[in-house]
Structures are given as C-alpha cells and as structure tokens.
Design a protein around this ligand. Structure first.
Ligand SMILES: O=c1[nH]c(=O)c2[nH]c(=O)[nH]c2[nH]1
Length: 311
C-alpha cells in the first residue's frame, strides 16, 4: 500500500518589486526579488482524497507574498522571509512549516555627472543575494502559531571572479588516466556560490532583534571571498574555498556552517606556433580559449562543532 511520504506545495517565481521613497530628500531606493513559498502540514488528504478544504490556494499564497511585502520591510531579505513564513503558521493551524526562498537581484544606483542619481539604477552584475528560510513549529508548541523556530540560510550566488595569476595546481594523482600537466601558474575563474547557515532562531522576535547582523554578515562574507580569492596563493580551488569558509565562520559567529559550490572554469592555452612560429604557450601565453564546458565542480561545507540556538 503506497503512502504519501512527503508533500509540499506553493507558488514559485513570484517576482516582486518594492520602492522606498524618502519624502525629505526625494531619493528613492528599489528592491527586486523572486520569491518561492512552499507549505507543509496536514495536507495529505488533498493528495489522497481530493479534499481541497485543507488547501490554501497557491493564488492566495502569491497574494500573501505581495501583501507581506507591503506590510513589512523587504530588507534585509532574511527579515522579510521570516515575516512571510511566520504568517502562514500563525494564520493556518494545520500548516506546520513554510519554506521560503527569496532571491534579490541587483539594481545599483546610477552615477550621473559624478553624483548618485535619486531614482535611476542599472544591473551591474548577475550576482544575487538569497535567503532560504524554513519556519516550522517547535516540537513543544501547540498549534497556536506562537512557538516557531526559524532556520535561515543566506547566500551569495552568481558572483563571477577571475585571477590571471596566483593560482597553481600540482601534486595531484598521476596515473594512466591523467593527461593534465601540473602547473605553477594558471588562470583561476569561478562563479561564487557561498551559503552560511544561521544557528536556529527561537522566534521571529530573535530575527527582528539585531536585524543588522544579516547585512553585516553579507558584507563580511563578500569581502572575505573577494580578498581571499585575490590574495591567496591558491594551491587548488579546494584549499582556497576552505580558507574562505574558515574566515566566514570567524566573522559571523552566529553562523554554524559555511558552504561553497564552485565551478572551476577552464581557460585553455592555444598553440599558435603553426602560424609564423608565434609563441603563445607557457610563459609566452597571452591569448587563451575560455571554455564553456566541461568545468570542474568543487563543493564543501565547513561546520562549527558547537551547535546552539540564538536566544
Ligand atoms: O583546483 C583544482 N582542483 C581540482 O580538483 C582540479 N582538477 C583539475 O583537473 N583541475 C583542478 N583544479
């Protein structure tokens, strides 16, 4: 007899834009984000018995995403995701968890004639800031919506970086499957995907109190990633990403874990000696062929050994 092993549902790809107008200065600020909101709970009968009485329509979930964006700040995204997820638990007793993903897209302020423009922006990169939040009832709580636990993960993704030297890769396994030469000087390029997992928050109030921690962590992580990428005499993607994780855990004491997923985007030397003896390999290499694939894919998670709850 089959059983419904797990189920969640909701609305994905909800695009939201919010403007903040400073009436005194006339300066406007904008946030654009893509939101996914999936609910879990006592919803089995909607799958197994066509019982829609337990279904909060995905259309209503979409409406709620807009309404909560109007009622609450959308920055930092960790706060907005926490408000949104908490709403579903307090409003619907049969919902036990809300899984929220908020991806924030960049709109950088334009500089016009050397001055920041009050209401014009440009997309300066495909980099995103993301939060994944799971808001669930604490095991001890009754279904009154008050006792929730918030598990938050913050990420930077799509930050493309390249260094033209300062990276080596040698000493790896050499056997009958190996063709890659060792190198003491190579191009290193990747798309940063970095996530830090917050210690669980015991209630929405703990997310709201000290809300500056989220922007501070994002700025620290981004700075550490850039500085380490630039200055590390890289022995491998593995070793450089581990150094980044160590520093992020040190800079963000309320994070339990840091993870990276990094493609190693290859740039191949091109032998041009067939053309008039052009020297373009080894120390003479200047023109390279960037590869769209395949790429390496290197991942790690670095955890602190003492788990605890923020209260
Ligand atoms: O930094 C690297 N790590 C690897 O595991 C690897 N494998 C490879 O072919 N090149 C690289 N570079």
């Amino acid at each position: 007899m089959p059983v419904l092993a797990s189920a969640r549902y909701g609305k994905d790809n909800v695009r939201v834009y919010k403007v903040h107008r400073d009436e005194k200065t006339g300066v406007q600020s904008v946030t654009e984000m893509t939101v996914c909101c999936l609910l879990e709970g006592e919803i089995e009968t909607s799958y197994t018995q066509a019982d829609n009485s337990v279904v909060v329509a995905t259309d209503s979930i979409k409406n709620t995403i807009y309404i909560k964006a109007k009622e609450h700040p959308v920055n930092p995204p960790e706060l907005y995701a926490s408000h949104l997820g908490s709403h579903f638990l307090s409003r619907y007793p049969h919902i036990s968890a809300a899984h929220i993903k908020v991806v924030v897209h960049r709109w950088a302020r334009m500089s016009v004639d050397g001055s920041p423009h009050p209401h014009s922006f440009f997309r300066d990169s495909e980099e995103t800031r993301t939060v994944e939040a799971t808001i669930s009832r604490s095991p001890s709580s009754s279904q009154n919506g008050s006792d929730v636990r918030l598990d938050l993960k913050s990420s930077i993704a799509g930050l493309s970086v390249l260094k033209s030297t300062g990276s080596a890769f040698h000493g790896f396994v050499r056997d009958e499957f190996t063709t890659l030469p060792e190198t003491w000087d190579r191009i290193l390029s990747t798309d940063i995907d970095c996530t830090w997992t917050w210690k669980p928050f015991a209630s929405l109030a703990y997310v709201q109190g000290g809300v500056e921690r989220f922007d501070r962590a994002w700025e620290s992580a981004r700075g550490i990633i850039m500085k380490t990428f630039a200055t590390d005499d890289s022995a491998s993607v593995q070793n450089t990403m581990y150094k980044m994780c160590e520093q992020i855990l040190e800079a963000v004491p309320e994070a339990d874990k840091t993870a990276f997923s990094l493609p190693n985007k290859h740039y191949f030397e091109i032998d041009l000696s067939w053309h008039k003896g052009l020297k373009n390999t080894g120390k003479d290499a200047e023109v390279y062929a960037p590869q769209s694939g395949p790429s390496g894919l290197i991942k790690c998670e670095v955890a602190r050994d003492v788990p605890m709850v923020i209260r």
